[in-house]
Design a protein around this ligand. Structure first.
Ligand code: GAP
Length: 458
């Protein structure tokens, strides 16, 4: 039987074991912000590394960039965000809580009604006709639906009183579009090619209480493929498959993933699909694959006055490429992998062990070095020094060996190396496997090779 994972269990484990803490906690927190602790930062960095390896390092025609978060405000006019990047919001006049109208409808109908393709008027009518009540105080006392802008504004200006509004980027994608020709020319790239980046994005989200699923500051891993129109649908299908394969290779249960094709498309889009995962909240979007036609580059050509035409070196044709986008949130993927990895097992002695079955490549620590007794610590520290040159390692000499194994299981460390008195005699150690809990004896000089082979992401 599968373990029932709840958001509370994940939040509590993350706090207790140094993965994720509430943002600004000592000041009572700051809604929808979270801080990664010493264990969590390793997990998220490993996830980003695995993505970069798969989609940049192993893809000869994909080029990485790291664009500025603050961009010329004209970028957001060209992208359409300045005019229309907003959520339909309603305030409860009784308890002053703020909600998204589409979420209220979906929760009220228990997921049977999709608000995705509803207009503001249709949402208003549904809420009035069905007397949808405030989930917080239970009253039916709403303001009208109003559009709530999602872009954070800040300002720049050196002279007192003269300030220009600039925006914190709500997606990383625009940094890829505006550098289309810089990358193409400097790298002598030929269509089809792609630009990828990982970076922070910011959205003034009004949906609270779902941990790192939806936050106001988050990291995106985005990739824009530039291609000819005639190849665009094949590339779209290819990326739907590649995006899913990446998740399966990170040990997702195939039954916890599904495609969700969008019913309502943006006017410029030719197709759009999410991959959803089965989270403790139900089926939720994990990533998106979007066929964006020539819209983004055409708009930047129009707003910047700079040509975005690609010159085909063989046919001498000039054209604006189509874009196939693949976008996934690093934090949302971290949450999905936490819920996938979580397990509670009953041991032979009746005790329960909580274990995170992370793919070894994303496990925060690859190996823990544990001296059986404190007087073995000198030898254990030698082994730690050897292994920590290659891997993130833990060193723990506090408490019984059983308790130390449990602590490592809870953060998903794939291997524990135990130093005992035989180690002093023959330079061998015990290596314990997290998942099977089986132990083998290995010479110290074979450890790096043995562990290294098993913690790779292919
Ligand atoms: N450039 C396209 C784009 O940004 P999106 O569907 O708005 O598309 C892509 O976002 C992905 O970014 C989502 O599938 C999700 O994984 C992540 N994401 C979006 N908003 C988020 C938020 N507020 N908090 C955490 N992750 C978010």
């Amino acid at each position: 039987m599968e373990t029932k994972v709840t958001m509370d269990k994940i939040v509590n484990l993350c706090k207790a074991r140094g993965l994720i803490f509430q943002g600004s906690e000592i000041y009572g927190g700051m809604g929808n912000t979270w801080d990664y602790g010493p264990v969590g930062v390793e997990l998220k960095n490993n996830i980003k590394r695995a993505w970069w390896k798969r989609f940049v390092q192993e893809s000869p025609s994909t080029y990485g960039v790291d664009a500025a978060i603050l961009m010329n405000p004209r970028v957001w006019e060209a992208s359409g965000h300045a005019q229309s990047f907003s959520d339909p919001k309603m305030d409860c006049k009784s308890c002053k809580q703020r909600f998204r109208a589409d979420n209220l409808i979906e929760e009220h109908s228990k997921g049977k009604v999709s608000a995705e393709s509803m207009s503001t008027e249709e949402m208003q009518a549904y809420i009035n006709e069905n007397k949808v009540k405030c989930p917080h105080c239970g009253n039916f006392n709403w303001t009208e639906i109003r559009q709530f802008k999602l872009m954070f504004e800040t300002s720049r200006g050196t002279i007192d009183g003269e300030k220009d509004v600039v925006y914190l980027r709500p997606e990383t994608a625009q940094g890829e579009y505006v550098n289309f020709l810089n990358v193409q020319r400097s790298m002598r790239a030929k269509v089809p090619f792609a630009i990828a980046q990982i970076g922070k994005s910011f959205r003034n989200e009004i949906t609270p209480g779902n941990f790192i699923f939806r936050t106001i500051e988050f990291e995106q891993m985005e990739l824009q493929n530039f291609c000819r129109e005639e190849n665009s649908f094949a590339l779209y299908e290819e990326f739907k498959a590649k995006a899913k394969q990446f998740l399966l290779d990170l040990n997702f249960n195939p039954e916890h993933l599904r495609y969700h094709d969008h019913e309502k498309l943006a006017h410029y889009a030719k197709a759009a699909c999410d991959i959803q995962f089965l989270s403790p909240l139900g089926w939720e979007e994990l990533n998106g694959i979007h066929h964006r036609s020539t819209w983004d580059l055409s708009r930047h050509q129009e707003y910047s006055g700079k040509s975005m035409l690609y010159l085909d070196p063989i046919t001498n044709e000039k054209f604006i490429p189509n874009v196939i986008e693949y976008s996934i949130g690093a934090d949302r993927l971290t949450l999905a992998l936490l819920t996938e990895a979580y397990d509670e097992e009953t041991l032979e002695n009746g005790e329960t062990r909580v274990v995170m079955h992370f793919h070894p490549a994303i496990a925060p620590f690859k190996v823990a070095v544990l001296p059986l007794q404190k007087n073995l610590s000198e030898k254990a520290k030698e082994v730690y020094a050897l292994l920590s040159k290659e891997f993130m390692c833990e060193y723990d000499e506090a408490g019984s060996i059983g308790k130390r194994y449990r602590r490592e299981d809870e953060i998903g460390t794939p291997f524990c190396v135990t130093i005992d008195f035989d180690t002093l005699e023959n330079d061998t150690v015990t290596l314990r496997d997290r998942d099977s809990m089986e132990q083998i004896r290995l010479p110290i000089n074979e450890l790096v090779d043995y562990i290294g082979k098993r913690v790779k992401f292919n």
